[in-house]
Design a protein around this ligand. Structure first.
Ligand SMILES: Cc1cc2nc3c(=O)[nH]c(=O)nc-3n(C[C@H](O)[C@H](O)[C@H](O)COP(=O)(O)OP(=O)(O)OC[C@H]3O[C@@H](n4cnc5c(N)ncnc54)[C@H](O)[C@@H]3O)c2cc1C
Length: 368
């Protein structure tokens, strides 16, 4: 079978590109997405904290986040349920630890304000002496967002194939690629590498320039609480050690906030990680955990600069990278999909993104 564009990877990166590209072209005909797993978003995209924080990340990420949030809070295409809504983000700890995290958009909170927002911290006033809040932060529903992109893409005619792992590729000599998918072959004029933690591995099939991606583990859990935090409670990060929590229905999502290097794999929590996290939460706050509903580990895949990669490979023909979203894959998703679509359709990212950010997204050439 011959198609125009194959997108490798059915996480938020590949799916948001599929829906955006189909819309820009006026049709999804000729676009195929291949996902190795039986379900879309099986890996990192179903394991996130679902928060969009405009003060979090290096400058290009901040710009991509500012551009993504309005698209998700007020989507141009109707969604069956809200995709994103206002949900502030608080960083708290000692004055020195909080100062180390502070960027200009963050507003300082007095102790009275902090304990009003977060009464569960009031019994530990010596630890939580300073706090800042990002009032512009937003919570997203990752499941709804992934499904919204899938529906838009498929309704436009994009073909999505699951249980379809790309295991090899060979050039045709005229700039196109023949991809091996199980016992089948798929010929494509253009290929997009949106394979998350596996992207450098996939790049080897194309003899492309590696982007030195590093997957990093992060473990989290959904827990039941004796007292709900309340739906308007902010997400809270402990500035000293990085663990964080936020309300989730009548329970909470809690995470270590760690960034432990890992090979690309289906990551699982280390034994005792969740018990120790619950112990920390209960020691430092008045929250009382009554049960664990779900626990998981996901891989945040970072580039050396912590800025995602979006652009043509410097050595393989017609191979576009859309990778390295680290801890920002949801908060940058719409803007990165638009940037990737610009490159595929117009050959360059449009002027809606600053020249500095557009340059920072370019894939690195081979070094050494
Ligand atoms: C605990 C945690 C908290 C996070 N919190 C946030 C947050 O609050 N906000 C935020 O913006 N981001 C957050 N992130 C990061 C965010 O989840 C990621 O940046 C994003 O999900 C990456 O999406 P992706 O599509 O690149 O990767 P993935 O979702 O991993 O998708 C890549 C897909 O490629 C497929 N694939 C790989 N190789 C092949 C192949 N050979 N053939 C076919 N398919 C292949 C894989 O099966 C996979 O499904 C968090 C991450 C974690 C782990």
């Amino acid at each position: 079978m011959t198609v125009d564009t194959v997108i490798i990877g059915g996480g938020i990166a590949g799916l948001s590109l599929a829906s955006e590209l189909a819309e820009r072209r006026g049709s999804g005909a000729g676009i195929t997405m291949v996902e190795a797993e039986a379900a879309l978003a099986h890996h990192t995209s179903s394991r996130s904290a679902q928060q969009l924080i405009p003060s979090y990340g290096p400058e290009p990420v901040l710009e991509l986040t500012r551009l993504t949030i309005p698209d998700l809070v007020a989507p141009a295409h109707a969604a069956p349920s809200p995709l994103a809504w206002h949900s502030p983000f608080v960083v708290t700890g000692s004055p020195a630890d909080v100062a180390a995290e502070t960027v200009p958009v963050l507003r300082t909170l007095s102790s009275e304000e902090l304990f009003e927002y977060c009464p569960e911290l009031a019994e530990n006033p010596d630890r939580y002496r300073a706090a800042v809040i990002d009032d512009s932060a937003v919570r997203t529903d990752a499941t709804a967002l992934v499904e919204w992109h899938r529906q838009r893409a498929e309704q436009a005619g994009v073909r999505i194939i699951t249980r379809a792992k790309i295991t090899a590729a060979r050039p045709t000599g005229d700039g196109a690629w023949v991809l091996t998918v199980g016992n089948n072959e798929l010929k494509a004029r253009t290929v997009v590498n949106a394979a998350g933690a596996w992207a450098d591995h996939v790049a080897k099939f194309f003899a492309a320039a590696p982007q030195h991606l590093q997957p990093r583990r992060r473990t989290a859990a959904l827990v039941s609480l004796s007292e709900p935090l309340g739906p308007t409670h902010p997400m809270v990060e402990d500035a000293a050690s990085g663990w964080y929590y936020r309300p989730d229905g009548d329970g909470a999502m809690i995470s270590w906030g760690e960034a432990e290097p890992s090979p690309a794999c289906d990551a699982q929590p280390h034994p005792l990680a969740i018990d120790e996290l619950i112990e920390t939460v209960q020691r430092e706050t008045a929250m009382r955990v009554t049960g664990v509903r779900k626990a998981w580990t996901g891989l945040r895949t970072e580039t050396p600069s912590d800025v995602p990669v979006c652009g043509w490979d410097t050595q393989a023909d017609n191979l576009l990278w859309l990778v390295g979203q680290g801890g920002y894959g949801f908060q940058t998703s719409s803007a990165l999909a638009r940037a990737a679509t610009d490159v595929l359709v117009d050959g360059r990212i449009g002027d809606w993104l600053s020249a500095e950010s557009a340059a920072a997204l370019r894939p690195q050439p081979v070094t050494g």
